[in-house]
Design a protein around this ligand. Structure first.
Ligand code: ZN
Length: 148
């Protein structure tokens, strides 16, 4: 089996059986992003406690690249600190633009092949850009020095 086949197998697996895909609960930081080019739609629901991502789920529809990317992301980010998660967002974005695959990204490396199809890069990065926004909001509310 070629590496490329393996990668698409990973993407297919996450498309068929998305992880952490569920309706958001009443709490958490919710961010919705839409990709007009492809019609992909992602809503993230992020929970951060003491600077650590305690839960991340998503809802959405769209092409398999966008949905598989969101599924892989929720798995990878849970348990990271918000700054580790931000670093991962940057690493994945750089990977999609031709830089080396970041260390320890697991299944996410399957997305690297997508960079050969420039119109699909936005599909792969949609959930990651939503995550960057959600993390920014989490840092703001945690950094306010006014915990409830
Ligand atoms: Zn798409």
């Amino acid at each position: 089996m070629q590496l490329e086949d393996l990668y698409s197998e990973i993407i297919l697996d996450h498309t068929r059986d998305p992880r952490n895909k569920r309706a958001p609960g009443p709490t958490g930081i919710r961010v919705h992003h839409h990709n007009d080019l492809c019609g992909d739609d992602i809503t993230l629901n992020l929970h951060v406690t003491d600077g650590t991502v305690t839960d991340l789920s998503f809802e959405g529809q769209g092409c398999s690249i966008s949905q598989a990317s969101a599924s892989m992301m929720t798995q990878a980010v849970k348990g990271l600190t918000t700054s580790q998660a931000q670093a991962l967002v940057v690493g994945v974005r750089d990977m999609m633009h031709g830089k080396p695959v970041p260390e320890g990204v697991g299944d996410i490396r399957a997305l690297e092949g997508v960079k050969r199809f420039p119109v699909r890069i936005k599909c792969a990065l949609l959930s990651w850009m939503a995550l960057a926004e959600a993390l920014g909001r989490a840092d703001q509310s945690e950094g306010s020095g006014n915990p409830s």
